[in-house]
Design a protein around this ligand. Sequence first.
Ligand code: ADP
Length: 179
Amino acid sequence: MEYLRKETLIAIVKGDITVEKTSAIVNAANNRLAGGGGVDGAIHRASGPQLMAECRRIGGCQTGRAVITKGYNLPAAYVIHTVGPVYSGQADDAVLLAGCYRSSLQLAYENNLPTLAFPSISTGVYGYPLELAAPIALETIAAFADEHPHAFTLVKMVLFDERSFKIYAEAGDSIFKQE
Ligand code: ADP
């Protein structure tokens, strides 16, 4: 699934983000940048121990914000670590989740990184319903592409499982095809 938004190609694919060759990949981290399961564990395993050492030096990250490290043994040169909200059902969840995508895009832009891959933030252990998270992710990426048309050539959503892929693909259709 691919959509062109001004000069940014927005792609929705099924796959493993640790093998992505984009300039940076985004990690769904926790507040202490302490590593964990899910995509965080997979990224740390693939990158190697230097990634944890750099995360320790940074010390932490607020929910809805992002920090950048090198990618070490990953194909991607950089990792942008963002901390999604634990889903609570409150209005603030959506603000914080959009903040993750916006902060990550902004940080990549400031570092002149033209291609970026995201996992589905907060929809694993943090419990954010996929049907609610997918349009927030895609609309935030599209808004950034509209505001900064020369920032990115490619922004990818990399979904690990079939169900996530289907829900993002359906959200992409309804958001981009109606325009
Ligand atoms: P969170 O704590 O933000 O919910 P998780 O890592 O538990 O983060 O889950 C976020 C999403 O990342 C889930 O949909 C999970 O299936 C997915 N995921 C797990 N491993 C990978 C991977 N290697 N590449 C891309 N996505 C992954």
